[in-house]
Design a protein around this ligand. Structure first.
Ligand code: AMP
Length: 943
């Protein structure tokens, strides 16, 4: 704002009698909430350019300083006269409005959130009357309430303060004033203040709450007696979680939600399984007794198990899925999001009305684990949004043995990280079940209305140690002295209801015994459980079960239709102006389609997608820069040079084609790979691809690779057809851009858990991608993709190669070489093949054959044996790799190769040609790289 405008404003009749401090305070107030200042002031402030919209063009402090400066001048010039807006009452009115704002902002700091009563928090000075120049003498003075939602325009200061105290400082601590959207803020103000933070609940609702608490406590007590000292990560101290989830399910159901996917770590999991999802207690007891419950696989401990069921709600049947998860805390959150997105896509639920994610966290992990931040960051992005997640933090105030505040975090609350996306946060005292119910209702309503994340921080405690075999008082003595004295949540609530005449002591006892009786008989304890679930609510995985990886599937495709599809892709609509180099790529693709140019990688990959779409399979591709491709080979998204509007040819193949979704991801590996795992384990008929920008960046997602992708099937029986594209190749770009760390994947291979492939031709990637979907086997596919090969003059295919055949696990020598003459067979994978080929051709060696292993796992032993058998006079077999000896395929795959070689001729060994062992994946100097490369090629031909 210009000086002159400010002066003009200041000089106006309305302002001329006021003083700077007053205006400044009003302005402060206005900045927090425009509705909190009187109408005439609001109109003035709104006219200032600095405060229109969300991005002031003049800094707030500058305007404030201006007011102060002008005020000083004014004060000097004109004394304040009585009867103007600066009258004593008006000034106090402003202070009262500030007090109201302070409660909204900071009331949570004075709320009674800790059931143990151990928190030592000073109520903030901003909540005290004297902070505003108000005293007890003002308590009976009447003030305007501004937009305080207490149903009155005017009230005494006492009433106002009491209403604020009740709303913001009882057992709910509300944090929502950091939300920038004023509609959302007002929504919360209205919801909270209109009931003073505590609605009245009917006797039925209250009795139901008690029943749920009885179930929660009853199960833990039962297990504690029956299996003393056995690890179960009990919920004791946090029993309010059970009525909380119950309300989420029931209320979501009443909105018409059809599926809820829940992710949670160990604490309370068994309780949720039995009391919420309706797992048969007898099955749980069998697990406690160590019985093997699944036919296949090596299994997992009981507190990692997932579960699915259907329950009945007011709005109809709802499918519940509790995700399987490992001990790595928080990693399940993005997996749940991916699963939810897949279900939403399946239902065409673009807005997230039908499927809702629920993420249950622990306080220490929520504050500590980076994947929490990554998952929040994805919540509103195109690729990953799910219409808002309900986050519940089981805040037991201790992380294993680590103390809540001094060591576990640097923030006041464990939940502060959620503010990064302006998520509202409701802290609630776990010993007040009605307050828990209230915030749960608020959370579900908010999520359904605004489609954004919200956090409930259930402040509770952990009655025992980290697990039942762990003694906590050694490290948290004072806390556990208090816990020893603490009556259970159910006990306290039962007393409260008995005193209020809602239930009798006999009814309380009867509730308890009924629950115990059900457990004794091993009966289901969830009344709303649907015994004959509606199977339409979830996917049938049977077609994907029980297939052998060796079964061949023809991945060819009618040549004419292939060309038609390619032509369709290349028809860029009128008005879409493509960038010059992109135009050249499209021209080249036109020539490839017409048979005038050999096919390159980008073309073949695109045709794999086009043909799969044509055959009815949806496709989802994500990763950093996937639209274009890190190395500019894909160009699946064309950006109109006129208006930057993207055009995706693969979305325009046919009227009712399956979806083709391609999104550049935000810069994460861990959360996004977890998400795609969740997506792929929920969508068997689709091709789901995640591409790393460079292959080694996947190391940021190692937890997902270890704990889910490579072991999920054997631990949990969960199939997954996810494809990972990992650029790999030694091209002198240094340690960080060369290796996709092939050795790590190979080291994790066993029991046919994943497929690891290194295709070297356009036709091979085409058939490989098609095989991944057309073959009904659902196994994760790890593909080491090339960089320089994308444009290599020898790495080419023909249209016929795409039209016929299938993926070859082993590619035999292609040059015309007399097999009788071959003495040396060089085995290799990936780009080094072309270096070897060029060398062999330039040296005109007729005694060497070069054979490519295009699939390293499951190892194609039979195919390799067949190839070897074609060379009757072999004297040496060499494995050649670009990677250092301690990396690449050498250590992890040589036993497979040796088996094939010794099967060919007893006593024939396998020799190594490659870089020496090295701590780094590659060297940093181009000259050194070239020397090493030359040597390994030389070795391959002469060791
Ligand atoms: P959900 O919708 O996740 O509750 O899954 C419903 C049912 O489908 C499960 O109970 C499983 O029997 C089956 N199922 C779901 N996902 C998979 C998967 N990835 N692999 C095999 N079976 C699955």
């Amino acid at each position: 704002m210009h000086e002159s405008q400010m002066q003009q404003l200041w000089d106006s009749a309305h302002l001329s009698g006021s003083n700077a401090a007053y205006v400044e305070e009003l302005y402060e107030l206005f900045l927090h909430d425009a509705n909190a200042v009187p109408e005439e002031w609001r109109t003035y402030f709104q006219k200032l350019p600095a405060v229109t919209g969300n991005s002031p063009d003049v800094a707030h402090s500058a305007i404030r300083d201006h007011f102060v400066l002008l005020g000083k001048n004014q004060r000097r010039a004109q004394p304040v006269s009585a009867g103007t807006v600066s009258s004593e009452h008006e000034k106090k009115q402003v202070e009262v409005l500030r007090l109201i704002q302070a409660y909204r902002l900071q009331g949570h700091q004075a709320a009674q959130l800790d059931p143990l009563g151990l928190w030592q928090r000073q109520p903030p000075a901003d909540l005290l009357l004297n902070h505003y120049g108000l005293t007890d003498a003002d308590l009976d003075t009447t003030f305007r309430t501004g937009e305080l939602f207490i149903g009155k325009e005017e009230a005494t200061l006492r009433e106002i303060r009491d209403a604020l105290q009740e709303t913001y400082c009882r057992t709910v601590g509300a944090e929502f004033m950091h939300i920038v959207d004023s509609e959302e803020r007002r929504w919360f103000l209205q919801r909270l203040e209109s009931v003073r933070g505590r609605p009245q609940y009917s006797p039925e609702v209250r009795t139901h709450l008690l029943e749920r608490l009885t179930a929660a406590e009853g199960l833990e007590k039962y297990l504690g007696t029956k299996y003393p000292g056995t690890k179960r990560f009990g919920l004791e101290g946090g029993e309010s979680l059970i009525p909380l989830i119950d309300e989420i399910i029931q209320r979501s159901g009443s909105y018409g939600v059809k599926e809820l996917v829940i992710g949670m770590a160990h604490r309370g999991r068994l309780n949720v399984l039995v009391n919420t999802l309706g797992k048969n207690p007898r099955d749980l007891f069998d697990e406690f007794e160590g019985k093997k419950l699944v036919e296949l696989g090596s299994g997992d401990v009981k507190y990692h198990q997932g579960f699915s069921s259907n329950v009945m709600t007011q709005g109809g049947e709802v499918h519940l899925a509790l995700a399987f998860n490992p001990s790595h805390l928080e990693i399940v959150s993005p997996v749940v999001e991916g699963s939810v997105r897949a279900r939403q896509d399946r239902r065409g639920d673009r807005s997230g009305d039908k499927v809702v994610p629920v993420a249950i966290h622990g306080d220490a992990a929520f504050a500590g684990q980076g994947v929490v931040m990554e998952t929040f960051q994805m919540s509103q992005t195109r690729a990953y949004k799910t219409g808002g997640t309900l986050h519940l933090v089981i805040n037991n105030q201790v992380g294993f043995t680590t103390n809540r505040q001094e060591d576990a975090r640097s923030t006041e609350y464990a939940t502060d990280v959620a503010k990064m996306i302006q998520a509202p946060i409701f802290h609630v005292n776990g010993d007040d079940p009605e307050a828990v119910l209230f915030v749960t209702q608020l959370a579900v309503d908010y999520r359904m209305q605004f489609k954004r994340d919200i956090v409930i921080d259930l402040v509770c405690y952990r009655r025992r140690g980290h697990n039942e075999a762990d003694e906590p008082s050694g490290t948290q003595p004072l806390m556990y002295q208090q816990i020893a004295k603490q009556r259970t949540t159910r006990d306290l609530y039962a007393d409260a209801l008995t005193q209020a005449g809602v239930v009798t002591a006999e009814q309380v006892q009867a509730q308890f015994e009924a629950y115990r009786g059900a457990l004794d008989e091993g009966r289901h304890v969830v009344a709303s459980l649907v015994k004959e679930p509606n199977r339409d609510l979830f996917v049938d995985w049977k077609p994907y079960l029980g297939h052998a990886w060796t079964a061949r599937h023809d991945t060819g495709f009618d040549l004419k239709t292939l060309q038609d599809l390619a032509n369709k892709l290349l028809q860029v609509p009128e008005g879409v102006v493509v960038q010059r180099q992109v135009g050249k790529i499209l021209e080249d693709r036109q020539k490839m389609t017409a048979g005038g140019l050999p096919l390159n990688w980008g073309f073949a990959e695109t045709m794999a997608y086009a043909t799969l779409l044509h055959e009815g399979h949806p496709i989802r591709i994500t990763g950093q820069d996937v639209g274009r491709g890190t190395f500019s080979h894909r160009h699946a998204v064309l950006h109109n040079q006129k208006d930057a509007v993207p055009y995706v040819p693969l979305q325009h193949l046919a009227e009712n084609q399956p979806s083709f979704e391609i999104y550049d991801s935000f810069l994460s590996e861990e959360a996004v790979l977890g998400f795609e795992y969740g997506y792929a384990t929920t969508t068997p008929n689709a091709l789901v691809v995640w591409e790393a920008q460079f292959g080694d960046f996947a190391n940021g997602a190692q937890v997902v690779i270890d704990q889910f992708i490579t072991s999920g099937e054997i631990k949990w029986g969960r199939l997954c057809g996810l494809t990972m594209l990992l650029p790999h190749g030694y091209e002198g770009q240094g340690p960080e851009h060369s290796s996709a760390r092939l050795e790590r994947y190979l080291q994790l291979c066993a029991e046919q858990n994943i497929q690891v492939c290194v295709p070297t031709t356009p036709a091979q990637i085409y058939h490989l991608l098609r095989r991944q979907v057309i073959r009904p086997l659902r196994k994760p596919l790890v593909v080491l993709t090339p960089k320089s090969l994308l444009r290599h003059k020898l790495a080419i295919s023909t249209l016929e190669d795409l039209a016929h055949g299938s993926f070859q696990t082993v590619i035999n020598e292609l040059d015309q070489i007399d097999a009788q003459q071959v003495k040396r067979l060089v085995l290799c994978s990936g780009k080094v093949y072309y270096d070897l080929l060029e060398k062999r051709r330039s040296e005109n060696r007729q005694d060497i054959a070069i054979v490519r292993l295009e699939q390293l796992y499951p190892f194609p032993e039979d195919d390799l044996a067949d190839v070897l058998a074609g060379y009757p006079n072999l004297e040496r077999v060499v494995w050649c790799q670009e990677e250092p000896m301690n990396q690449g395929a050498w250590y992890c795959s040589q036993h497979h190769m040796r088996r094939a070689v010794s099967g060919y001729k007893q006593g024939l060994g396998l020799e190594y040609a490659g870089r020496d062992a090295s701590a780094a994946p590659a060297c940093g100097y181009a000259s050194m790289h070239a020397e090493q490369q030359e040597k390994l090629l030389h070795d391959a031909f002469s060791v």
